[in-house]
Ligand binder design. Structure first.
Ligand code: FEO
Length: 133
């Protein structure tokens, strides 16, 4: 399983696009780890590596939205909070119960949900507003 970047994910905002690419990269590192010989420490480390960057990325977007008084900031921020909550739940499951197939599935579903739907529905709209304000 790999996430491949394509131009259809571009928001047109350089920093945001750069961070989205890095998120793809970190999600792929996590999935790569899951394909290797099970090593829970590595799973935890690579999932943490992904989650910490997701948080950093969301903070960047929220700061940009605040700077230009983006009217849809509250809804967009709520989406971010939901996604972080789900990722943290997955992370806790991994620490508590150890690695299992459902962890890959839920992480995969989350990343797909975020990339496909969040970028298309929220990030592109936000980037357009930032460009014009
Ligand atoms: Fe790129 Fe709103 O997350």
């Amino acid at each position: 399983l790999r996430f491949i970047w394509s131009d259809s994910f571009q928001t047109g905002h350089n920093l945001i696009d750069k961070q989205h690419k890095e998120l793809f990269n970190r999600a792929n590192i996590f999935f790569e780890t899951t394909e290797n010989i099970p090593d829970e420490e590595q799973y935890i480390e690579t999932l943490n590596f992904l989650v910490s960057y997701v948080k950093e990325h969301f903070k960047t977007e929220e700061d940009l939205m605040k700077e230009c008084n983006y009217p849809l900031l509250a809804g967009h921020k709520k989406e971010h909070e939901e996604l972080v909550k789900k990722l943290v739940t997955t992370y806790k499951e991994l620490i508590k119960g150890g690695f299992n197939e459902s962890i890959i599935e839920s992480t995969n579903a989350l990343v797909q949900e975020w990339y496909v739907s969040h970028i298309n529905m929220h990030d592109k709209k936000m980037a357009e507003f930032i460009k014009n304000n």
